[in-house]
Design a protein around this ligand. Structure first.
Ligand SMILES: [Zn+2]
Length: 369
C-alpha cells in the first residue's frame, strides 16, 4: 500500500477587480495562442505533411513575446503550458484515431471557452504563511479561502474560472496517507433509486437529492430566463440565477457524498460496490442517477486512498436475483422492487439488503461470509 499520494486541492480565490481584469486578459491571450498553435500544426501538416513538435513551437515563444508586447504580461511558463495543451490534444486525437473510435480533431477554442491557466512549476511557497493569500506570478497576491490545508509538495498550480467565480487547483505530490486503525469490518453497498444505498449490515441511507429540493426554484428561474431577450441585461441576470442554483445543488450533493463516504471509510476496512457502466445511456433517469453514483464512488475511493482503506468494484450481474442463503438465482426471486423471496429456500428479506450482501461476497477473496 503506498504511503504517499498525488492529490488535487481546490480552493476559491477572490481576485481584486484589477486582478480579475488581468486574469481575463491572460485567459484571452492564452486562448488566442492556443488557436494559433493549433492552426500552425494543422497547416504544416496539410501543406507540407510536416508534424511540428511542441518543443519547436515552444522555442518561438520568446519571439512572440518580443513581437507582441501584450504577451509579456503573461508568465512564460503559462505560455509553454498552452503549447503543451495543444500537444496533448493532438496526442489524444492520434490515440483515438488508432483505436478506431471517433477521433474528433482538436478544436479551436471559441471566445469565453478557455477557462484556465496553469503554472507548471509554481514556487513551493505560493501560499502565504498565514494562508490568506496565494501568489500568482504576473498577477500578484490573490486572496484565497483555504478551507483545509494543502498537503505534500506543490507540483502545478491552475487558476480556473467557473462562470463568475475563480478557483485554484493545486496538484500536490507526496501527500501522506493517514492509515486508520483496522476495524476488522467489511461491507457491501447496493445503490438504488428508492434508497441511495443499502449496506450488507442493513443500514439504509435515503436519497436526499438536493437537486430536487432546489428544483422548484430552478424551474422558476428557467421560466424567467425563457421570457427574457437573449443579450439583454435581464437575460444575463436570469441566466446568472440559473447557474447559481445549479451550482448550489451540485455543491450540496458533493458535500453530502463527502460526508457519507467519510462515515463508511471510518467504519470499514473494505467497502465493495457494484461496477457501473462506463458509458451509461444518456438522457434516461437511470443515467442521471448513474452520474450521482459514480461521483459518490469517486469520493469514496479517494477517501479510502487517503486513509489506507480498500474499495472494490465488483460486477453486479445477478446480485439482485441471487439468494444469499442458498445461492440460487432466478428472476422469480424478486416479487417486488423491495422484497426478495427465494422460490427455492424461502429466504425472505429486503431486496437491497440481499443484493448488498452478494456484492460484498463477490469482493471477498473466498466468496465467504
Ligand atoms: Zn434461497
Amino acid at each position: 500500500m503506498p504511503s504517499f499520494l498525488t492529490r488535487t486541492f481546490k480552493y476559491r480565490v477572490y481576485p481584486t477587480a484589477r486582478q480579475e481584469r488581468q486574469l481575463e486578459q491572460t485567459l484571452e491571450l492564452c486562448r488566442q495562442l492556443y488557436n494559433a498553435t493549433l492552426e500552425h500544426r494543422t497547416l504544416a501538416w496539410r501543406m507540407a505533411r510536416v508534424n511540428i513538435h511542441a518543443f519547436t513551437q515552444m522555442a518561438v515563444l520568446p519571439e512572440i513575446r518580443a513581437a507582441l508586447p501584450e504577451y509579456r504580461q503573461v508568465h512564460s511558463q503559462v505560455l509553454q503550458n498552452v503549447v503543451g495543451r495543444v500537444d496533448r490534444a493532438f496526442l489524444a486525437f492520434f490515440r483515438r484515431a488508432r483505436q478506431k473510435g471517433k477521433p474528433g480533431y482538436p478544436r479551436v477554442k471559441l471566445a469565453g471557452t478557455y477557462r484556465s491557466i496553469t503554472y507548471p512549476q509554481p514556487s513551493p511557497r505560493s501560499v502565504s504563511p498565514d494562508g490568506h493569500r496565494i501568489y500568482l506570478p504576473k498577477i500578484g497576491l490573490v486572496r484565497i479561502k483555504l478551507h483545509r490545508p494543502a498537503l505534500g509538495h506543490l507540483k502545478t498550480l491552475t487558476v480556473l474560472r467557473e462562470h463568475h467565480e475563480w478557483y485554484v487547483l493545486l496538484i500536490c505530490t507526496n501527500v501522506p496517507v493517514h492509515t486508520m486503525p483496522a476495524t476488522g469490518l467489511s461491507v457491501g453497498i447496493d445503490v438504488g433509486t428508492r434508497w441511495f444505498f443499502t449496506t450488507s449490515d442493513g443500514e439504509q441511507v435515503s436519497n436526499r437529492r438536493p437537486q430536487e429540493q432546489l428544483q422548484h426554484q430552478l424551474t422558476d428561474a428557467q421560466r424567467e430566463l425563457a421570457r427574457r431577450t437573449p443579450g439583454s441585461g435581464r437575460y444575463r441576470k436570469a441566466h446568472d440565477r440559473v447557474v447559481t442554483l445549479y451550482r448550489r445543488s451540485r455543491r450540496q450533493r458533493a458535500q453530502w457524498h463527502h460526508e457519507e463516504a467519510k462515515r463508511l471509510v471510518q467504519r470499514y476496512d473494505l467497502i465493495a460496490h457494484e461496477r457501473l457502466n462506463v458509458e451509461p445511456m444518456t438522457g434516461s433517469r437511470r443515467a442521471i442517477q448513474d452520474v450521482a453514483w459514480s461521483q459518490f464512488f469517486r469520493s469514496l475511493t479517494s477517501k479510502a486512498e487517503m486513509y489506507g482503506r480498500k474499495v472494490i468494484a465488483v460486477h453486479a450481474h445477478n446480485t439482485s436475483l441471487r439468494c444469499r442463503k442458498c445461492g440460487k438465482t432466478t428472476r422469480a426471486n424478486r416479487r417486488t422492487q423491495e422484497r426478495f423471496l427465494c422460490v427455492f429456500c424461502g429466504h425472505d428479506e429486503h431486496a437491497d439488503f440481499n443484493a448488498a450482501w452478494n456484492i460484498l461476497a463477490r469482493a471477498l477473496p473466498s466468496g465467504r461470509r
